[in-house]
Design a protein around this ligand. Structure first.
Ligand code: ATP
Ligand code: MG
Length: 386
């Protein structure tokens, strides 16, 4: 018997929820990522619950224990149970009964074996009870021990049920996999066209997670080889990803988020459209792309410190080592305020000439490391114009 110890198992709120759901003998188990990550010693983001109790019973059992239950995804059997101010998603065991290549139509089940069969990978079909005892209906434990990413059942069949699983395959391979079955790799390649019917939101969700893996370079190379990468991100080139990961280690980028920089490195034609980025995320991609065309201090001045720093790392990955002191230069550019204003040049100049003179002075100022004062800049602007 395998047992997990993880801080979430000691969480009184989770304990209350599991106890409530199992009060009349139903099974209530932690499932999926939380169990997998606890076994790997990796951090656990959220704890999902699977239960043999039908959704109506989950609600009734939760309320009988003084907990609030909200039917947040009742169409797929999910109820959010709130304990001590926190919500836990409890989903009734399900089995897939019919599929349309995208989402399965589901029926509830009271058998853990059936619930495990409809999950994507064996390492994601692990369950644990309140005491931490692991239940492994499809042989996920030995796979996880070898870090072997394996579909539950036949890879092609499972992909045809939900083509998003192609991307999930690369995502989990990037993060948790050492071995990938050849059969699964060729199924992903052969069925890639099915991804065209998957919403860009779902694709974007998986790609963000994939790009956030400590080192996504091998998975991305495999995606490129399988023709999957150009399909989800036209124009993307993952060739320098391993170098970017190395540069991130060299330059310590703890404060900066990962996936936007990695996405920018790929240089896709329209990352914002392809992955349905939010307006802020899209703006950040634009900024990094613009920063890549400028010296780092100027990029920091025009586009902010963050975009400039991201561009420095991307250029390092592309074989352009950052100049010494770039961090300081970027901070300086970010703080710099151009000291010359239009009114400083009036009435000597006006109209387009004024604009051009200001621009020239600004260029000179940037070239001099933002160190020229107003009088010097005024002279430069007026001299060159006369
Ligand atoms: P993470 O830590 O990244 O959240 P996770 O394993 O929790 O990893 P989720 O995407 O949150 O991944 O999904 C939760 C669980 O639901 C998975 O572990 C898996 O068992 C199941 N699952 C999610 N999406 C699918 C899918 N498209 N097909 C089959 N099973 C899925
Ligand atoms: Mg999860």
């Amino acid at each position: 018997m395998t047992r997990i110890t993880a801080p979430f198992l000691d969480d009184p709120a989770l304990k209350r929820v599991l106890a409530a759901l199992s009060a009349e003998g139903a099974q209530a188990l932690v499932v999926g990522g939380a169990v997998r990550n606890a076994l790997l010693g990796e951090p656990v983001a959220d704890v999902d619950i699977a239960t043999s109790a039908p959704p109506e019973d989950s609600i009734r059992l939760a309320e009988a224990s003084g907990l609030r239950a909200v039917p947040t995804g009742i169409e797929h059997g999910t109820v959010t149970i709130v304990a001590e101010g926190r919500g836990f998603e409890a989903t009734t065991f399900r089995r897939d009964v019919e599929t349309f290549g995208r989402r399965a139509v589901v029926a509830y089940s009271d058998r853990i074996e059936e619930d495990a069969q409809r999950r994507d990978f064996t390492m994601n079909a692990l369950y644990a009870d309140a005491a931490g005892q692991v239940l492994d209906p499809v042989g996920g434990l030995p796979d996880l021990a070898r870090r072997r990413l394996r579909f539950v059942g036949d890879a092609e069949t499972r992909i045809r049920e939900d083509y998003l699983r192609i991307l999930r395959f690369y995502r989990f391979l990037a993060r948790y996999g050492r071995e990938a079955e050849l059969q699964a790799l060729s199924a992903c390649a052969a069925l890639r066209e099915g991804l065209r019917d998957i919403s860009r939101e779902r694709i974007g969700h998986e790609m963000r997670k994939l790009l956030d893996a400590p080192d996504p370079s091998r998975a991305l190379a495999l995606m490129a080889e399988a023709g999957v990468l150009p399909l989800v991100l036209p124009g993307a080139d993952a060739g320098d990803m391993a170098e970017l990961v190395a540069a991130e280690h060299d330059f310590g980028t703890g404060a900066l988020p990962c996936w936007p920089r990695r996405l920018a490195l790929l240089g896709a034609h329209d990352p914002a459209g392809a992955l349905r980025l939010s307006r802020d995320e899209a703006r950040e991609q634009d900024r990094i792309a613009q920063a890549l065309a400028l010296p780092a201090p100027e990029a920091a001045y025009r586009l902010g410190r963050r975009a400039a720093a991201q561009s420095v790392l991307i250029r390092a990955a592309r074989g352009e080592p950052p100049p010494f002191g770039w961090c300081h230069a970027v901070a300086k550019g970010d703080q710099a305020q151009f000291p010359l204003a239009a009114r400083d040049l009036m009435p000597d100049l006006s109209g387009p000439a004024l604009g051009a003179a200001l621009k020239r002075a600004e260029t000179a100022w940037i070239d001099h490391d933002f160190a020229l004062g107003r009088d010097q800049l005024r002279r430069i602007a007026l001299e060159q114009d006369s």
